[in-house]
Design a protein around this ligand. Sequence first.
Ligand SMILES: [Cu+2]
Length: 662
Amino acid sequence: MANLFTSFTLWLIIVLCTQTMHAMPLWPGGRSTRFYDFKLQTMKITKLCNTRDIVTVNGMYPGPVVYAQEDDRVIIRVTNQSPYNATIHWHGVRQRLSCWSDGPSYITQCPIQTGQTYTYEFTMLQQKGTFLWHAHFSWLRGTVYGAIVVYPKTGVPYPFKFPYEEHIIILGEYWLRDLVQLEQATLASGGGPPPADAFTINGHPGPKYNCSSNDVYTISVVPGKTYLLRLINAALNMENFFAIANHKLTIVEADAEYTKPFTTDRVMLGPGQTLNVLVTADQPIAQYSMGMGPYMSARNVPFQNITSIAYFQYLGATANSLALPAPLPSFNDNLAVKTVMDGLKSLNSVNVPKEIDTNLFITIGINVQKCKSKMSPQSCQGINGGVMAASMNNISFIKPNISLLEAYYKKINGYYTEDFPGVPLKFYDFVNGAPNNIPNDTSSLNGTRIKVLEYGTRVQLILQDTGTVTTENHPIHLHGYSFYVVGFGTGNYNPQTANLNLVDPPYMNTIGVPVGGWAAIRFVADNPGVWFMHCHLEIHLSWGLSVAFIVKNGVGELETLPHPPADLPRPSTFPAEKRKELFNSSPGKASCSNEYSTNSSGKAANFLSEVIGLVLPMLLEILIWARCFAWEACIHPLHHLEGSSIDIEVREAIATFSTITF
Ligand SMILES: [Cu+2]
């Protein structure tokens, strides 16, 4: 009997190892697997004297923290129990050979419908630091966001003195409105969105807002100790300054890559950007304000101007002692932004591509399209009675109604064209001489135009802000890659005078292209798939300020995108007539189901995929647990989700890690 048991155990181990090795031949370092269970659900919340429903993950706002270590495999099962379609994007995760898990809706997958489950899987291959995850459907990410904290491998120290404690600080915006409806209403109006009702720090507006004197985030600090703050901007439509009264911030990491230490009084983060800063509690015992305020570089755009305040409170200070105000720059202080950007350098010399195969010049800006005769004035509330838009190289991106990745992978024609221009259609003085006869000559062309790159292409992008309508700092985010920011400046890019840093430029995933200026970025296109590049101001994304790159497969398994996972949300199987009625798409064409929410016929049509979606994750989970048992290399998936994770002291998290066998 014992022999039989031993044989069975050996057989099981061999089967599991073979299965695992077959599934993950590329990530030998990924010895641990982190398993998370995300349930998208609505939750009642009271803020600013109003109670309303917001969409959350696991009833937490901000959502749970995903903890991992460099090279870990991360598996996150997302079940959509909210009334909206949804996807989750793992911002900054380079998704090596896992484009199917990237998450932007209509780019790499159809949305997960109400009642459906999709399991995201990726490896934090050679990545560590502070990231964020957020919804990537409509404007759901306004409440559906959280941090990803990836620690170095066991035994590998930080390149700075180990902090006494670490804290996650997520900047956000809060609306007293349903965000999916807000996007729809804004687009239907043709005009701009209303400003947020509040800024928030870890979900708390702070004492300057109505009914919020107790809705304040506080960090208690010990005099003399040094703290690591993991700053994340998850705001929807604003870039933001952050500062702490009387305290210096030393930046040591930007977009999850180490930087040379740079000390400053304040920082600016665009949505999607992260900064790790060290702060030493070296001031007299008191309560100090941590402030989040607006950075608005565009002209004539209304914005929230009340500072969100949190407290940096010394032990021994009385809770009701007056907090010293945080010294935030004025909302249009471009110099403050430049000063921080100038200070960002990679910690060490880096391997920047010196020669370039593909050089693209991409203008970014706002447009106003003409009100069409059949449109009512209610639909044309943009500037001068036009319809607001935004574009790259004057092309406003129209999202397709199936995922581009699926269309590309399965060679389904008719959803995109491969003619995104590598240079603007017209050259002019982009910053000072931009067209301004609104909307007669500021229109953009609409299209789903993408750019194809061969595997291994060394790419340089010049991102040039334009003055159509208004110049503005745009936080441009590239999926699937980090890129070297080799240069930036004000005015028009000029290759003769541009001063490029090819030694130690920062390695980022989101670059705030300076207002009325340019940025030059470089990367090697060595990750096959379809990768979105877009402005991370959500309204600009809705208006079309985006493009997608197809990066083709290279040679062999290590350069080839694997098959899609079985539970990938798929285009619907509606009969052609029904599809025409529901989505107004041509008969015979596949389509992701109902764009904004699921209806009963949608559910019925997707019954089979739901069954597959339920059974396959269960099988997967059994395999994972069996593997954990065999290798003793896992922790219980739900351990991370207990309590309000945003307030978990990171020391506790480290203690959790020490119990794991690596
Ligand atoms: Cu933008």
